[in-house]
Design a protein around this ligand. Structure first.
Ligand code: ZN
Length: 475
């Protein structure tokens, strides 16, 4: 693995007290940061690659802690409706993807993430074994870091709706679902084939949501995650209706039910987590689980605003994710950071508890690694994995550079991203992908996106719209 020297560069370590080191060098060896120095000249002779950092800033790569790669080709095809109706469109669209579509879908999303400064993602992808293999191959090819948590569910969709079963029309009830054992096997097989402890590709357990899974599946996912020392990732309490129905489903609040099944621990990441009670938040805090906040998705679906200020008060780590492109519009973590930095303070009349730029940064680079169970990511320091982003300081968003933390969160320096290094290997250099042809990814995205869109309009749209109208009245 190559040795890289990056010199004459402004170093943004991400440290709260001393985030910006002016004019220094970062060296990389064996995929990790070997040294970080200021005011020291390092001879370029012993390196395989030397990057001149004049007028550039180096920062830790951003971590997208919740994302669905299937959605890249179908963004814009879901109307702005509530989650229950939105799911009808999503299931129809997701069912149109072939394994080869999934491969190009992953590349398309990874390209967008790399070009916007993201070096790691948690992909929650609902597909069969062949397509999941295709997805992992795409991640291997393009060079971004991923934890894949196959999104699994062993309950039919109608049974997951927040409405009494006898009220659901018969046409919703003709769906077959796989068994809990088959779904566990799907994840463990993927884990055995692709997961590497120190590598770039990892696999975690991803039950879609407690209301969509049997207790057996939830319990086994948690048990296997512990045995295999990997993560447990699930959507939780995204809508108010889910919180209301938990009591009738389980006879207790949802988080208490999950805890009884062994699902709430330090390896657990709970996506959305908008409608938790005070007691449920206390329980999450006491177990050391992480919440993943997705402000764009929550706003587009009108799901609500997660109580992030309260999570922070109670010491619950909050990471940040874009969610799928069909429910966030973009995979830019700079966009998600800005939104997370804005929406909570606008509703909070106590300025002393406002979310500050460094709090948002902490979500992405300190708590994001916790979701991936990788504690050597997110800062620039010797021994950390070398996942790094170089930004052009001659970009409008960063010039003049008065307050780097503030500008990274509020000025959205997406177009300043020039070079991205993952696991010590450059994958984007001067704005261009190194491992794949951007034109080929664009062409495949156009071709496959059009085919899926046409098929949806031709064979699914009318039925989905009619069923959506039924659900709007029911839920
Ligand atoms: Zn999601």
């Amino acid at each position: 693995m190559s040795k890289i020297l990056i010199r004459n560069i402004s170093i943004f370590t991400g440290d709260k007290e001393n985030p910006l080191l002016l004019e220094g060098c970062v060296t990389i060896e064996q995929g990790k940061i070997a040294s970080v120095t200021t005011g020291v000249y390092i001879e370029p002779d012993n390196f395989d690659m030397v990057i001149d950092g004049q007028n550039k800033l180096i920062m830790p790569g951003l971590i997208n802690a919740h994302y669905h790669s299937y959605a890249n080709f179908v963004k814009g095809l879901n109307p702005t409706v509530a989650l229950e109706q939105w799911m009808l469109y999503t299931m129809a669209l997701g069912g149109l993807l072939t394994p080869e579509d999934v491969y190009w879908n992953v590349l398309s999303g990874a390209m967008e993430m790399l070009k916007t400064g993201t070096t790691s993602c948690m992909d929650h992808l609902a597909q069969g074994p062949e397509a999941l293999d295709a997805a992992m191959q795409a991640y291997r090819d393009i060079g971004i870091r991923v934890t894949m948590a196959p999104m699994i569910s062993d309950k039919p969709y109608y049974a997951t709706l927040p409405v009494r079963e006898e009220l659901v029309p018969a046409e919703f009830k003709n769906q077959e679902v796989p068994s809990a054992n088959d779904l566990l096997e799907l994840t463990t097989s993927l884990y055995k084939k692709w997961h590497t402890k120190e590598g770039r590709l990892q696999v975690a357990f991803g039950p879609s949501g407690p209301q969509r899974c049997s207790d057996q599946l939830l319990r086994e996912c948690a048990r296997q995650a512990m045995l295999l020392d990997t993560g447990f990732h699930t959507h939780v309490l995204e809508t108010r209706a889910q919180a209301r129905t938990a009591e009738s489903l389980y006879g207790k609040p949802m988080i208490f039910h999950l805890d009884q099944l062994g699902c709430i621990s330090e390896r657990t990441s709970l996506v959305h987590s908008i409608w938790l009670s005070e007691d449920e938040i206390d329980l999450v805090a006491s177990r050391g689980a992480t919440v993943v906040h997705s402000p764009a998705s929550n706003s587009i679906l009108g799901s609500g605003i997660a109580p992030v200020t309260k999570y922070r008060e109670k010491g619950v780590p909050v990471a940040l994710g874009t969610d799928g492109a069909n429910v966030s519009g973009s995979l830019s973590m700079f966009g998600s950071m800005k939104l997370a930095g804005l929406i909570h303070n606008a509703l909070n009349e106590q300025p002393d508890t406002w979310i500050q730029p460094h709090n948002v940064w902490e979500m992405v680079t300190h708590h994001g690694p916790k979701v991936l169970l990788q504690n050597d990511l997110g800062t620039i320091a010797p021994g950390q994995k070398a996942d790094l982003v170089l930004l052009n300081l001659e970009n409008c968003s960063l010039n003049p550079l008065n307050n780097v933390m503030w500008q990274l969160i509020y000025s959205e320096p997406v177009s300043a991203v020039e070079t991205v290094i993952v696991q010590g290997k450059p994958v984007l250099l001067n704005g261009r992908l190194l491992n794949n042809s951007e034109q080929k990814i664009m062409d495949e995205t156009t071709k496959r996106g059009q085919r899926i869109r046409d098929a949806f309009f031709r064979t699914h749209k009318d039925q989905v719209e009619r069923q959506s109208a039924i659900l709007q009245k029911l839920c």
